[in-house]
Design a protein around this ligand. Sequence first.
Ligand SMILES: Cc1cc2nc3c(=O)[nH]c(=O)nc-3n(C[C@H](O)[C@H](O)[C@H](O)COP(=O)(O)OP(=O)(O)OC[C@H]3O[C@@H](n4cnc5c(N)ncnc54)[C@H](O)[C@@H]3O)c2cc1C
Length: 323
Amino acid sequence: MKVETVLVLSRHDGHELSESSREMLTAARNVADRVVSATFGEPPVAELARYGADEILAVDPATVEAAGADPNHPAVWSALAVAAAKQVNPRAVFLASSYLGKEIAAQTAVTLDSGVITDADSVTVDNNQLSITKAVFSGSWATSGEIIRGIPVVALRPTAVEAVATDRTEATVTPLTIEVPERAGRTRLVSRTVRENTGPNLTESQVVVVGGRGLDGDFGPARELAELLGGAVGATRVACDEGWIDRSAQIGQTGETIAPKLYIGLGVSGAVHHTSGMLASETIVAISDDAEAPIFEIADFGVVGDLDNVLPQAIAELKKAGL
Ligand SMILES: Cc1cc2nc3c(=O)[nH]c(=O)nc-3n(C[C@H](O)[C@H](O)[C@H](O)COP(=O)(O)OP(=O)(O)OC[C@H]3O[C@@H](n4cnc5c(N)ncnc54)[C@H](O)[C@@H]3O)c2cc1C
């Protein structure tokens, strides 16, 4: 049995939905008979419909800019969620649990006087109630809970739900106006630098190759392996501290949380500050020259050896296999 309506906050670049938006729509479709997507700008209607939106509420970003605010401001996204929720009265609001998503989720829940769960792993319907699971204590416990106050706001971890398309291509689009909160105008965007896209998005990629101190400063082989597997490159804090790779690649307690299908650690010891950000990975492969390294306690496949020997062989084998 499904609930009636779920509202999904969706992001797009004018042409395509973000991967996490596809996942949120899939998650919503799995638990609701009606999925309403709320977004800014000209929505990619066919794609929104394909991933599950029956209806789309779209806000013209020019109206936000005219009110002196940035449409990317979390207070503005939260205003979108609140206005859309008032319009469609959903059983829940779903959004991606990114840095920005968590901020939006919190502001939305406060305004709606609702409960909120961030970093959720899954949502199911149980007795007409939404049951939400999430890993806690660095991934060592899986918990499940219900939000019993207001319109539940659920921020799901990117990659926790696999995006699955349908063959639908049509959805109704209704313009929505929002009241831009005064606090959204208190910060002003001075400049924006688009980070050079050097491969798949770290938190959304199904394969992540992570380099640690054992790489000794040379991320070339990690990048080559990631490219062969169509994956993203991540790093431990040590590798970022050393300036071997940009801080945005850091995985762990003070970096990004990832849950790819395949995690490959190259010269990573597996300190708890690191593993708390990758423990939910489906398959963990580790290469380290220290057989006692804690990463081997959580690895599905481990190779004890020197990266200088192991990595070229692994790359050669993958190439031989036609990857
Ligand atoms: C408050 C706090 C927050 C932190 N947050 C984070 C975080 O978010 N993310 C994070 O990653 N860390 C974080 N840390 C740091 C964390 O505790 C570890 O120090 C760090 O993760 C270790 O990184 P590493 O595995 O690359 O290095 P190391 O622990 O030094 O491990 C390197 C591994 O590579 C192996 N190795 C060396 N040379 C080779 C070779 N040639 N071939 C094969 N293997 C080799 C070694 O045997 C070892 O197993 C945090 C620490 C604190 C105190």
